[in-house]
Design a protein around this ligand. Structure first.
Ligand SMILES: O=C(O)CCC(=O)C(=O)O
Length: 288
């Protein structure tokens, strides 16, 4: 039998969660951005990114012919124009206000087409000690066409239980569960479980139809997906970056600072992990 969302998830211990995820918070003391985060699990920042940073990165990215972008999950290590956009100080300050500590950049998706990744929460794809000390950012480099497979999310789902990696792997044959690409393999039953949960709760889903320079920051526990384009292969020019709270990534101890003091991880992938990421990126169409 297919596992349900309840089989794959649990309520995390609230003592381990960031301040804005605590059950009781003095909401009168919160900023409008913090209130939106607590209510929806997303913060939308219209017209947020400066044109010069978008133009410099887009020109560099356009040199990569494949619509999936760079094959590496950490192209920010080699591409200064990408680093400058991903670590734009007002964006980093905004995330700090939401999560409660400075953020560490560790993953970028540079495709100019939808990932078509089904419903998921990001937190469980990371080590189990993250517990929502996490945020990801969707940056529009151009106006996004509704047929290109926009980013979709379920507002408020950051308060649902959290999918856990060990619970997902418990539903897989041992040999599959040990493979570093278990997240891709398990999509076949995780995505239907989340889909069923959305229907069971009659939850609203929303599209992010961004204009150039708009930004959406989402919570590590928020259900979201890259929807299927109505016109396959249609360009969707965006940059997607993932970050964790600096004191919550003991697995990423090697770090560097940019000229503004913003922090990024120097990730040395183990060869098995590199192969798994390659498989995932191949599936997403980033490399051939
Ligand atoms: O293609 C998209 O917009 C979805 C991206 C996504 O799911 C992720 O970065 O976790």
């Amino acid at each position: 039998m297919q596992p349900s969302f309840a089989d794959l998830s649990e309520e995390p211990d609230t003592k381990l969660l960031p301040p804005l995820d605590q059950p009781v918070v003095d909401e009168a003391a919160l900023t409008p951005a913090q209130l939106a985060w607590r209510r929806d699990g997303v913060l939308i920042l219209p017209r947020f990114l400066p044109d010069d940073l978008i133009d410099a990165y887009s020109a560099r990215r356009a040199q990569v012919e494949h619509p999936g972008g760079w094959a590496s999950p950490t192209p920010y290590l080699d591409v200064p124009e990408l680093r400058e956009l991903a670590l734009y100080p007002p964006l980093m300050w905004q995330m700090r206000e939401l999560i409660g500590e400075p953020m560490l950049l560790h993953l970028c998706l540079t495709g100019w087409v939808s990932t078509e990744r089904g419903w998921h929460q990001d937190d469980y794809l990371n080590p189990p000690f993250i517990n929502s000390w996490y945020a990801a950012v969707w940056m529009a480099l151009d106006d996004i066409h509704p047929d290109s497979g926009p980013f979709e999310y379920v507002p408020g789902s950051h308060r649902w239980p959290l999918t856990r990696g060990d619970k997902v792997r418990a539903h897989m044959p041992r040999r599959q569960a040990m493979r570093p690409d278990w997240p891709s393999v398990s999509e076949a039953f995780v995505v239907p479980a989340l889909d069923a949960e959305i229907k069971r709760r009659r939850a609203e889903t929303r599209e992010f139809l961004a204009r150039r320079s708009d930004v959406l920051i989402w919570h590590g526990r928020l259900l979201h997906r890259g929807s299927r384009p109505n016109k396959p292969g249609m360009l969707r020019k965006s940059l997607i970056c993932h970050y964790s709270g600096v004191s919550h990534r003991r697995d990423l101890p090697t770090r560097a600072h940019d000229a503004n003091g913003q922090i990024y991880a120097i990730v040395k992938q183990r060869s098995m992990f590199r192969r798994a990421l390659k498989t995932l990126l191949q599936r997403l169409g980033a490399i051939q």
